[in-house]
Design a protein around this ligand. Structure first.
Ligand code: SF4
Ligand code: SF4
Length: 78
């Protein structure tokens, strides 16, 4: 697909699935393996609003990162 802009840090993410809950675009799905980062099912649906990051209890430790495409950086907010 050539579309990789959402990254989880497996060592930090505890699989709480808060990001799965808050994503209005259903980009993620819970990982069947307990305590593991969510699966990224539909990355092309991401609107880069950053809701998943702002709701993540481990955002400061970098549990989830989204690399915003250059042409969308003006609208990205955390
Ligand atoms: S930035 Fe928004 S649309 Fe993209 S994965 Fe996070 S919550 Fe979903
Ligand atoms: S990235 Fe954050 S909100 Fe999402 S499952 Fe991991 S710890 Fe929870």
């Amino acid at each position: 697909m050539g579309f990789k802009h959402i990254y989880f840090d497996e060592d930090v993410c505890d699989g709480c699935n808060m990001c799965v809950e808050v994503c209005m675009c259903d980009v993620f799905a819970p990982n069947p393996a307990k305590g593991k980062p969510p699966l990224v099912l539909y990355p092309e649906e991401c609107w880069f609003g950053g809701c998943c990051i702002s709701h993540c209890p481990h955002q400061d430790e970098g549990a989830i990162k989204i690399i915003t495409p250059f042409q969308m950086r003006g609208s990205f907010k955390r």
